[in-house]
Design a protein around this ligand. Structure first.
Ligand code: AMP
Ligand code: MG
Length: 269
């Protein structure tokens, strides 16, 4: 499947109402078939991660953004379930601490950027600083615009330092969020995840959609593209992200490095 139509064109004007969160093109088969497929993709992802680590030519940064319950945690659990835990690192960004707030907004993010051979997944990211912060008017529109440019420059720096960057916006509908929040309220194993604040943020849905749309349009670049992932179906979401990640890694044409010395004739006694 070709995912390029889900990629935001640099500088484009985005209207998220035009993107269908129920689209299931990445998940065409039965549930069982699709789960089997996800495992197969996961096994291949693990192989490529091993070569990535051995070769040490590229780093990989996966950015996950989306509204509450959009499935950021679930994506990490399912897409990377076959990958060696030593080979990936997931980083979660919460509301900034006092110390973090005393610095520029990229200060807390940069140390987590992947080195060559590493895969890092951001569960939320520096984008919160043009999303939640903008919706709550903690920055002016002019500051927000400046931050888009700062983000583009930051990501260009990473890309020029051999980092492959993929950014996924997990697109769910407001109705789907309602179902998932209600599920959290009703399931004793999920209740701990619920906070009243989630309802306050939900009330700001349309402001968030506008903030997302503007951010995606302003910060999608050829080196660090945004994908809009139809995420009402969890299977579709997982297969979509897994496939884009694999296509990208396959495109790097990575190879195991040759042995460091001539191994001919060496026999272990
Ligand atoms: P969760 O993803 O449910 O663990 O929640 C993390 C919370 O931290 C969310 O409500 C985010 O909006 C918030 N958060 C993350 N980064 C920032 C930021 N830079 N500024 C303000 N809030 C943030
Ligand atoms: Mg939350």
């Amino acid at each position: 499947m070709n995912f390029s139509k889900y990629r935001i064109k640099p500088g484009s004007r985005v209207d998220l109402k035009k993107w269908d969160p129920d689209d299931r093109s990445a998940s065409p088969d039965s549930k069982e078939e699709d789960h089997k497929r996800l495992t197969e993709l996961g096994v291949r992802l693990n192989e490529l991660q091993d070569i990535l680590y051995a070769e040490r030519k590229h780093g990989v940064l996966v950015v996950l953004q989306g509204m509450d319950t959009s499935g950021k945690d679930g994506t990490i659990r399912h897409v990377f379930s076959e990958v060696d835990p030593l080979g990936v690192q997931a980083v979660r960004f919460k509301a900034p601490t006092e110390d973090e707030l005393a610095h520029d907004f990229l200060w807390r993010v940069h140390p987590h950027a992947p080195g060559k051979g590493e895969v890092v997944i951001f569960n939320r990211s520096h984008y919160e600083d043009v999303l939640v912060v903008r919706v709550h008017k903690l920055i002016t529109p002019a500051e927000c615009k400046r931050r888009y440019a700062e983000i583009r420059n930051f990501e260009r720096l990473l890309a020029e330092s051999a980092t492959v960057i993929l950014k996924f916006y997990l697109h769910i509908s407001k109705d789907e969020q309602k179902r998932r929040l209600q599920e959290r309220l009703d399931d004793p194993k999920k209740q701990w995840k619920f906070s009243r604040g989630d309802l306050a943020e939900r009330k700001l849905w349309s402001q968030y959609m506008k903030a997302y749309a503007d951010a995606l349009g302003a910060t999608s670049t050829d080196q660090a593209p945004w994908y809009v992932v139809p995420a009402n179906s969890k299977t579709n979401r997982n297969l979509f992200i897994s496939s884009v990640l694999l296509d990208t890694l396959e495109g790097l044409k990575m190879r195991y490095p040759p042995p460091q010395e001539n191994l001919e004739g060496i026999v272990v006694q």
